[in-house]
Design a protein. Structure first.
Length: 235
């Protein structure tokens, strides 16, 4: 092979190499595109176990709808999708309405105190719009005493008095609270089964109760909370 033929062969090999390089690059791009398009079109996934400190469930536009969190990462209060500092030493789950405002949750804690007595609680609440809980299922064990029950509350109008607003804070400091307990049904710290009805000022006025020993009573209470009339099952 003379020098001219050698140069022609080298030129032919260079052209073949360039075609091979372009082919490989094209094939790689097509393959990557297929993988990416496949991952974008199918986002469902299945996991046997997920370990996480906090999970936020959000709408496509970023509005928060639910949070599951441990104690260390438990969120503050959310109003209109904005978080407000509100420390709560609990773990649990919070629910948010269509606007990203908290409207209930399930929270819990519990541990032994230094004195060796349990201090624990669990609360499931349902809030009024832009306000606090109008219904609460609560169980508490504190310092040797424990109670559990369902409570219904009168709650301020969240449009007129939104929780964490300047008006809400000012009125609360003046003793005009946004929540007034109206009904309690459960087990009292004295281990009585109780249905307690309260007036608009949060004062108990009527109790239907059964003691641990089995004594049944209907108790009418005056404005000071003193029994005005008692009807017992023995009468």
């Amino acid at each position: 092979m003379d020098q001219k033929e050698l140069q022609q062969e080298i030129s032919r090999l260079k052209k073949s190499q360039r075609r091979l390089t372009l082919y490989c690059a094209g094939a790689t791009i097509i393959a990557l595109s297929g993988i990416l398009m496949g991952s974008m079109s199918n986002r469902d996934a299945r996991f046997d176990v997920i370990d996480a400190e906090r999970i936020n469930i959000k709408e496509p536009d970023g509005t928060i709808r639910m949070t599951i969190s441990n104690r260390s990462r438990f969120p503050g209060a959310f109003i209109k999708n904005k978080e407000i500092k509100h420390p709560r030493p609990v773990a649990g789950m919070l629910f948010f309405n269509d606007e990203g405002t908290e409207n209930g949750g399930l929270i819990f804690n519990g541990a032994l105190e230094k004195a060796g007595k349990p201090s624990s609680g669990l609360s499931l609440t349902f809030d009024r719009y832009q306000q606090d809980q109008q219904m609460q299922l609560l169980g508490v064990d504190d310092g040797g005493k424990h109670f559990a029950g369902l409570t219904f509350n009168d709650v301020a109008d969240g449009l007129d008095r939104p929780v964490f607003s300047e008006k809400d804070t000012r009125l609360s400091e003046q003793g005009d609270y946004a929540i007034t307990k109206r009904v309690f049904l459960g087990k009292s710290p004295s281990k009585n089964s109780v249905l307690r009805l309260l007036d608009g000022d949060g004062k108990a006025r009527l109790e239907l109760k059964v003691t641990k020993a089995g004594q049944a009573e209907i108790v009418f209470l005056d404005e000071e909370g003193n029994p005005a009339k008692v009807i017992s099952g023995e009468q």
